[in-house]
Design a protein around this ligand. Structure first.
Ligand code: NCD
Length: 316
């Protein structure tokens, strides 16, 4: 593993599989009455969130605490400094406090990369979502969830449906899933597919109904209204009718096919409540798995002492 996790493309197949295997060992901790290991005792993890988040921030916090790290939560939203300056000043402050890892979410694509490479900090930087760019730990937890349900992902077909244009989840998933040998189809209206998607090494489609029957995994994405400065589809009703996952569409899926969503969901828009709460839905499991995967990432990047049961790993 490299020192930072900025992009899903930073992960070789071996790295990704090491994270998944480590997460599997750490996941069992969630079922124990005392959910804590001493692996990162004395280490400091800073959660630096410049943008709103519920599950990702809590998930990183739970992960760091379960490994006995000290956790500092820094919600930087509302800062009046320009982004470049505030990021640098904040990084210097955190450096002075001796942070070992900085988990950063920022509205600007590339902010975590800048933080990692500008020489402001010696910490490991973990990208927890940067603008419309990447969200590598989400892709890892999604791959982990698929892997637990389907086994090896080679040749598995994953349909990612919705606002791909604004989705860092879609980009990171496409990269990681290709690394792990899965076939990816991005399904969206033409206005919500990114320019340059031809270079992603994935299939694209505008027609969800032709893709669903072949999929082993259907991942629904939220329409990211907060990142839209124009009108990308006529009405919500029209969007739901063409691209939403409802019971009728769910009936086209193969028996083993699972339905995923990174959250937050807009029930009734991209997914109906009955689908979200159905037995195919693994959405709540994704959240549980997120903690185990982030524990694995922190553990592997910070090179903590052996967790119980882990036999071998790279010395970071
Ligand atoms: C996503 C994000 O923030 O990129 N959510 C998440 O991290 N679980 C997707 C979204 O906001 O729709």
């Amino acid at each position: 593993m490299k020192r930072h996790l900025l992009s899903a493309a930073d992960l070789s197949r071996d790295d990704a599989e090491l994270v998944l295997r480590t997460a599997e060992e750490l996941r069992s901790l969630a079922d124990r009455p005392i959910k804590k290991l001493p692996a990162l005792r004395g280490r400091t993890v800073v959660n630096l969130f410049f943008e709103d988040s519920t599950r990702t921030r809590i998930s990183f916090e739970a992960a760091a605490k379960r490994l006995s790290a000290d956790v500092i939560n820094f919600a930087a939203k509302g800062s009046s400094l320009s982004k470049g300056e505030s990021l640098k000043d904040t990084a210097l402050t955190l450096e002075a406090m001796g942070a070992d890892a900085i988990v950063v979410r920022h509205a600007a694509s590339g902010a975590p990369h800048r933080l990692a490479t500008a020489g402001w900090t010696g910490s490991s930087v973990i990208n927890a979502g940067d603008g419309t760019h990447e969200h590598p730990t989400q892709a890892l937890l999604d791959a982990f969830t698929m892997w637990r349900h389907l086994g090896a992902l080679d040749g598995r077909r994953v349909a990612i449906v919705g606002d791909v244009l604004h989705s860092r989840v879609a980009r990171s998933n496409a990269l990681l899933l290709r690394t792990l040998g899965a076939e990816v189809t991005l399904v969206a209206p033409p206005t919500l597919l990114p320019v340059g998607v031809d270079g992603w090494n994935v299939e694209t489609s505008y027609d969800v109904d032709s893709v669903l029957p072949k999929a082993d995994v259907v991942m629904m994405l939220r329409v990211q209204g907060e990142r839209m400065n124009a009108s990308y589809f006529p009405t919500v009703r029209e969007y739901s009718r063409r691209y939403g996952l409802d019971a009728r569409r769910m009936a086209q899926l193969q028996d083993h096919t699972i339905v995923m969503h990174p959250g937050p969901m807009v029930r009734g828009m991209e997914i109906t409540a009955d689908v979200a709460d159905s037995s195919r839905s693994v959405i709540v499991e994704q959240v549980t798995n997120g903690v185990a995967v982030r524990m694995a990432v922190l553990y592997l990047l910070l090179g903590g002492s052996e967790p119980a049961g882990t036999t071998e790993r790279d010395a970071a």
